[in-house]
Design a protein around this ligand. Structure first.
Ligand code: ADP
Length: 335
């Protein structure tokens, strides 16, 4: 029987609890024991942990956030930290550490593996879906739902006032969340890192698109989705520039952290459960240095390094087609 430890690290995401639950329930069924470290890698350094069993994870599948708390831990990058973490894990006779988090957290897991003999396995948990080697990440579907919902609400006002609204969504440096929210929310324009050329081209395109929209619908209720960290001088600058350009009012809305919270939608719960159960299977097979992900609804395993050495592509032909429905064709160079 194995002794398994789990922690959640980096940005929290809805479904992390569902994943912890899956790990605990699957482990218990096989006679393994599980402990949870608190506050990400900080808990590994301070030996702050608690036993987890099915009673402790009862009634958490629907809760956002993470019962183990999450945190950043700058000093974990140091060798001394990894050695200290290894010492604590050995003292507790842990066989495997499961890390639920984003690519930063996977770097941490890989770093630890250099100084610890136990098995380390990553599970992708981030609303950004910016991790190579998995079709989706825990929390991504819920964040799309939240962003889409917000666009629906913004549109009510945009329609009532015939105004231009600019909605900024998260995504760190990837456009997955922005693209899906824009497609599902039927936004009129979307600005994504993967397809961004420069500010002038974007402004010109929006201007042109808005003219077409005005002619077709006779009003200016127009919704633009913008991915965070993309517009050089920020969303307010873009709003001001658009006001100058169009002569109308442009309202910027930043969705912010509401996208990270809330009860996970069923897809995130299913994904969290699939990954959690598969990770326990990997522990039984003594696998290490891997991330468990999903591809075509089946679990997959890929070396941790590959998750950050490769960049996940946004554009499938289908995504392109759907995005073309929003933005002007030539903007994507599609002819
Ligand atoms: P995410 O996992 O969501 O990408 P971060 O990038 O903030 O979040 O990373 C989470 C934590 O992972 C960091 O606070 C740090 O403890 C650890 N970490 C990140 N990069 C490294 C690294 N190169 N070496 C060791 N630990 C790292």
């Amino acid at each position: 029987n194995k002794r398994i430890a789990v922690l959640t690290s980096g940005g929290d995401a809805p479904g992390m609890n569902a994943c912890i639950r899956a790990i605990v329930v699957a482990s218990e069924g096989k006679g393994h024991s599980v402990i949870g470290f608190e506050h990400g890698y900080n808990g590994l350094l301070s030996a702050d942990w608690r036993k987890l069993d099915s009673k402790k994870v009862h009634n958490i599948i629907q809760r956002g956030g993470t019962i183990l708390r999450s945190a950043r831990c700058k000093e974990f990058k140091e060798e001394a930290s990894a050695r200290l973490a290894a010492k604590h894990l050995d003292e507790l006779a842990i066989d495997a550490l499961l890390v639920i988090g984003g690519d930063g957290s996977f770097h941490g897991a890989r770093h630890l593996a250099n100084y610890w003999n136990g098995d380390v396995i990553g599970l992708p948990g981030t609303i950004d879906n910016d991790i190579y080697g998995t079709d989706a990440t825990i929390g991504y579907y819920t964040a799309i739902e939240t962003a889409m919902d917000s666009i629906d609400k913004v549109r009510d006002t945009a329609d009532a006032f015939e105004r231009i609204f600019l909605v900024e969504v998260m995504g760190r440096h990837a456009g997955f969340l922005g693209a899906c929210a824009a497609i599902a929310g039927a936004a009129n324009y979307v600005i994504l890192p993967e397809l961004f050329k420069d500010t002038q081209t974007t402004l010109d395109n929006i201007h042109q698109q808005l003219a077409i929209h005005r002619q077709r619908y006779g009003h200016e209720s127009f919704i633009i989705v913008l991915t965070e960290n993309l517009w050089p001088a920020g969303i307010s600058d873009l709003a001001t520039q658009l006001e100058t350009l169009t002569g109308g009012e442009v309202r910027p809305v930043t969705l912010g952290h509401i996208q990270r919270g809330g009860s996970p939608v069923s897809q995130d719960r299913m994904l969290a459960t699939l990954l959690g159960v598969h990770a326990v299977k990997c522990v039984e097979e003594d696998k290490s240095g891997i991330m468990v992900g999903v591809h075509n609804n089946e679990p997959v395993e890929i070396p941790l390094e590959q998750t950050w050495e490769n960049k996940k592509a946004l554009s499938s032909p289908l995504t392109h087609t759907m995005l073309t429905m929003l933005n002007e064709r030539h903007h994507w160079g599609l002819g």
